[in-house]
Design a protein. Structure first.
Length: 95
């Protein structure tokens, strides 16, 4: 699994095209999906912040903020935990 596959999985799970996740939208649902993609790249693939940033056309500090935000809200959002599990499913056979 690579960053593109994570993006595709997140896009499918959240119902957005990959282009929207890579775009400039600051709408909260889109930003959350984008941050889930960043977090998944970090936790599932073990990518560095700069590499995730390069893959998602973002600065590494934006990626770090997104990952920290997901970590912070995971405990209070069981539906987000389920979505993260859904995103990680395709990686099971490839890692």
């Amino acid at each position: 699994m690579d960053a593109n596959e994570v993006l595709e999985s997140v896009a499918e799970t959240f119902g957005y095209p990959v282009a929207v996740l890579l775009g400039d939208s600051t709408a909260q649902p889109v930003a959350l999906a984008r941050q889930v993609a960043m977090y998944s790249c970090r936790t599932v693939l073990g990518m560095s912040y700069p590499k995730i940033g390069a893959a998602m056309h973002r600065d590494h500090t934006t990626v770090r903020h997104g990952c920290k935000r997901i970590e912070k809200i995971l405990a209070d959002r069981p539906e987000l935990q389920a979505q993260l599990a859904e995103v990680a499913k395709p990686s099971a056979g490839k890692l």
